[in-house]
Design a protein around this ligand. Structure first.
Ligand code: FES
Length: 140
């Protein structure tokens, strides 16, 4: 089978879909090649992610990745969310086909972008190195 049962489950029944009107941080990234877009909304209290929602206009793997990634950062400190890698997301999904790995990169980058947006809009100082490109480019 091409996709794991976990991928299919998160694709068919994605967790945390939607938006947050009172979001503290919003991230948006796109993949130039496939044209898919992902948005992440974070509610943050005391450096902890108290709620998270996502909108993904993209492929099934991107939907499954954002569903899994939001589950992995919900209730967690920002520091933990910042270290979430696309590899960890793909592993939690029981693997993605090699040509679909870039879809999980969108989830990692959208979360980082949302945290950066939170820092920027709340005048919180941070080390910009935390938000360096993870080595994957947006194009492929
Ligand atoms: Fe574009 Fe999966 S093909 S994110």
């Amino acid at each position: 089978m091409l996709y794991s049962e976990i991928v299919m489950d998160h694709f068919m029944n994605p967790r945390n879909v939607g938006t947050l009107d009172d979001a503290d941080g919003i991230g948006e990234v796109g993949n130039a090649k496939c044209g898919d877009i992902m948005r992440i909304y974070l509610k943050i209290d005391n450096d902890t992610i108290t709620d998270v929602k996502f909108e993904t206009f993209g492929c099934g793997s991107a939907i499954a990745s954002s569903s899994m990634a939001t589950e992995m950062i919900k209730g967690k400190p920002l520091a933990d969310a910042l270290t979430l890698t696309n590899k960890a997301v793909a592993e939690a999904l029981d693997g993605l086909p090699a040509h679909k790995l870039h879809c999980s990169v969108l989830a990692e980058e959208a979360i980082k972008d949302a945290i950066k947006n939170y820092y920027d809009t709340h005048n919180i100082e941070y080390d910009p190195a935390q938000f360096k490109e993870s080595g994957h480019s947006h194009e492929h």
